[in-house]
Design a protein around this ligand. Structure first.
Ligand code: GLY
Length: 421
């Protein structure tokens, strides 16, 4: 069987790593991939947004299954294009990917089906949005409606900050068409966690929960990033919280999508806040998380290819999917300066030393091979990941590997999973 993974980050490296453990896989391709993925898959020089080029490649190479990492190609309709061409692909259609692609679509769906209860309103007029913000007061959240590379959300501590973000979106075109509509929401306060599910549109199979560290600095200070590390499971997500999120938020959403005639197939990621009033939905994503995938898939005690095939074929309910009891911790090594500007091209050392360590996996996010040497190419460079019988064992092991792997200007948080320990 031939599989194509679309994307180039740590999430895609983890997907390729897990997929290539399947006995039914002959070859994995990744477009465009990275320096680490190239060690286990054939990298194809096609960007993830070249939908036509990817479909041509999948046809030429007779790819049996395509798995999409990032949201942009899903929201742009890669699944619809592949399906029209008779190609098998895992992920939601363009219409279903609106659960991530349009924040107002999601909130209005949840309101219509009485699923989650938070205060929000949707605006295209700046004066009306600002008047609403003044009535509600701060803190308050202003979000560009569409995809804005994770930058369209402002958690405003003052009315003035909220008004400035409204102007940026609606008056100054700061996020292009993604910001022509804004959604203003109540500010949810509490620990963040995520639960992802596999779903074929009817059956919903939850994955294990995880918790991401978004701010750049220890103690959650500084600007937000794509994620500086994470761990799974999450002590704050006890059975009651877990089943509330799965049964009261995610399952009704999947049923609502089916009722709307927009069945959702693929991975659905529920980002939640554990507020004093119970878990609330922060956002849905139409894909696996990054770096959450790096701590979720190592705990999967099943064949990922079988799961994805069964999902695409609408027979997910036939599978019995197991998870390991082990804890998993991922520490992201970044280039100093990220999420602002940073230098690249720095040689990476120490990878060979940890390569043989049991239960340690180094997933590459921003690397490439240049003149026979792995060098940095991104803000997030590596996700150093370890499994262990306890949070402490997994965390200690990950940080032992972090101490050995090196590159100039290496930066990482030192408190990943500390709260779980
Ligand atoms: N780590 C957050 C995300 O994947 O959206």
């Amino acid at each position: 069987m031939k599989i194509l993974v679309v994307g180039s980050g740590g999430r895609e490296h983890t997907l390729a790593w897990k997929l290539c453990q399947s006995a039914i896989v002959d070859q994995i391709y990744c477009a465009p991939g990275n320096g680490g993925i190239a060690q286990i898959a054939t990298c194809v020089d096609l960007p993830a947004d070249d939908l036509g080029g990817l479909a041509d490649f999948a046809q030429q190479e007779s790819i049996d299954l395509t798995v999409v990492g990032p949201e942009a190609p899903l929201v742009a309709g890669i699944v619809d294009l592949f399906t029209e061409r008779g190609l098998t692909i895992y992920g939601p259609t363009q219409a279903a990917a609106r659960l991530e692609g349009s924040k107002s679509f999601t909130r209005e769906l949840l309101r219509k089906y009485d699923i989650d209860h938070i205060r929000f309103e949707v605006f295209t007029d700046a004066a009306e949005a600002k008047a609403y913000v003044r009535r509600q007061g701060a803190p308050i959240v202003v979000k560009a409606d569409g995809l804005a590379a994770g930058k369209g959300v402002k958690v405003a501590q003052t009315v003035a900050e909220a008004e400035a973000h409204i102007d940026l979106c609606l008056e100054q075109g700061g996020y292009g068409s993604a910001g022509q509509t804004v959604i203003v929401e109540e500010c949810l306060i509490g620990q963040e966690c995520s639960i992802k599910v596999f779903t074929d549109g009817e059956t919903v199979v939850p994955m294990v929960p995880s918790q991401d560290y978004k701010p750049i600095g220890d103690g959650d200070v500084g600007p937000n990033t794509g994620g500086m590390g994470c761990y799974s499971p999450v002590p704050a997500v006890d059975d009651e919280v877990f089943y509330y999120i799965v049964n009261q938020l995610i399952r009704p959403t999947i049923a609502a999508m089916a009722a709307e005639g927009i069945p959702y197939m693929g991975t659905l990621y529920a980002g939640c806040i554990l507020t004093d009033a119970g878990p609330k939905l922060l956002e849905y994503n139409c894909r696996f998380g990054d770096p959450e995938t790096q701590v979720v898939l190592p705990r999967l005690d099943a064949d990922l290819v079988e799961i994805l095939q069964a999902t695409v074929e609408g027979r997910l309910g036939e599978l019995d999917i197991r998870w390991k009891q082990d804890r998993c911790v991922c520490v992201v090594l970044a280039s100093d300066g990220y999420p602002g500007s940073y230098e690249t091209g720095k040689p990476i050392s120490g990878l060979a030393q940890v390569a043989g360590w049991e239960d340690v996996m180094v997933f590459h996010a921003g690397t490439t091979r240049r003149d026979g040497q792995l060098v940095t190419t991104g803000g997030r460079v590596l996700g150093v990941t370890a499994l262990g019988a306890s949070y402490k064992a997994a965390r200690d092991r990950a940080y032992q590997a972090v101490a050995i792997i090196d590159f100039e200007n290496k930066y990482y948080r030192t408190d990943i999973a500390q709260r779980a320990v």
